[in-house]
Ligand binder design. Structure first.
Ligand code: GTP
Length: 351
């Protein structure tokens, strides 16, 4: 099976974290995000992956190489100008030899590919959309179904009184090559607002399948943090290879945990390779990147600190994300929902 992953977006909602790295390769628990997603696909038989790149394409090769390390053959097709989700699919038309999986590159999800394919084939669909259930669908594009499992209609970001179902587009699709040929070549075009309504208008067979697996769109700071908290809290299977366990701490190679460092659960604390932690206090789930430093007396609650950053003495981090190469001065406070861009310096006692 082959998979095309859409990875060309600017990731504006996740700024400043995406100022230097595209969202699909931002580290999630110290591995490029796509490594988690490709690992899940590899375990289900996907062997070839094509990335449709746009923003900062060189970052993908640096983070993922040619895919050999992940057990897949990985290539990129680059867009010199953004073509949107549909235009990116059309641009990769040569990749579509048979039924092909298409995925958004910013969704952390476990897809049961066998069940997804079974639905696509049993309904003889040309396109099948994966759906997921959410508690508040008003932020999303809703997808209404016929009892047969075919799509009836799409509703973009409905008001509460318009909500008729809780199934939303999960950002994963199965396409036959015939569907891709309907997309106009060389122009910006959207799958959601262009191709899908067009398929309905032309009465082509478009099915849907509701996934019950874990699903999270990591597109905002809050959701990016949530991906970490869920992984460390056991909501999705975190690869633990290469990590040593010390109680609820997981240590990468060369990481050191000082006497007096303490953790209050639930959750776990990960120290990336070469991280150095003194007598600091942790609560909930915390991810420290490679070569980070946390000084004595610091208190970290449900947060992420990316590589080479330094958290000074008695500093406090609460439900926030600290980018790469930052310095959080002694006694400084970073509060809930905050994200520091790479290289930020917070002087002592800043809030
Ligand atoms: P925001 O700017 O925060 O909305 O993020 P985004 O740019 O990633 O857009 P969005 O979350 O809507 O995109 C969904 C998926 O499609 C992401 O994986 C994007 O990388 C990808 N994507 C969006 N636009 C394009 C595009 O023009 N070309 C390609 N190749 N991929 C795209």
């Amino acid at each position: 099976m082959r998979a095309l992953i859409l990875t060309g977006g600017l990731g504006t909602r996740l700024r400043p974290l995406t100022a230097n790295l595209p969202k699909p390769v931002l580290p999630v628990v110290n591995r490029p995000f796509l490594e988690h997603q490709i690992g899940d696909l590899r375990r289900q038989g996907v062997r070839e992956v094509l990335l449709a790149t746009g923003y900062k394409p060189e970052a993908f090769g640096r983070a993922l190489g040619d895919g050999r390390r992940l057990g897949v053959k990985l290539r990129c097709v680059h867009e010199t100008k953004p073509l949107g989700t549909g235009g990116a699919v059309r641009n990769a038309i040569d990749f579509f030899k048979g039924t092909t999986l298409v995925l958004n590159g910013d969704v952390l999800q476990h897809l049961d590919l066998g069940a997804f394919l079974k639905r696509h084939r049993s309904l003889k669909a040309e396109a099948t959309i994966c759906l997921t259930r959410v508690a508040d669908p008003t932020q999303f594009g809703l997808v209404e179904l016929e009892p047969s499992g075919l799509v009836r209609r799409f509703l973009e970001k409905p008001s509460p009184e318009e909500v008729t179902c809780d199934t939303i587009n999960a950002g994963a699709y199965l396409f036959e090559p015939s569907v891709v040929r309907l997309i106009p070549p060389g122009v910006a075009y959207s799958l959601e607002r262009g191709l899908f309504p067009e398929l309905l208008k032309r009465k082509r067979r478009m099915a849907a399948w509701v996934s019950r697996g874990y699903w999270l769109d990591i597109g905002t700071v809050e959701k990016y943090l949530q991906a970490h908290l869920d992984g460390l809290g056991g909501e999705w299977p975190l690869p633990l290879k290469g990590l040593r366990r010390r109680g609820s701490f997981l240590l990468g190679s060369g990481a050191t945990l000082g006497a007096g460092a303490a953790h209050e659960g639930p959750g776990r604390v990960v120290l990336g390779a070469g991280a150095k932690v003194a007598a600091a206090r942790f609560s909930g789930s915390v991810c420290l990147g490679p070569r980070t430093r946390v000084d004595a007396g610091a208190a970290l609650t449900d947060c992420v600190v990316l590589e080479r950053s330094h958290v000074g003495k008695d500093a406090r981090l609460e439900r926030c994300v600290v980018g790469r190469d930052c310095r959080v001065g002694a006694g400084a406070l970073v509060g809930p929902g905050r994200a520091l861009g790479d290289g930020s310096i917070l002087t002592a006692f800043s809030r």
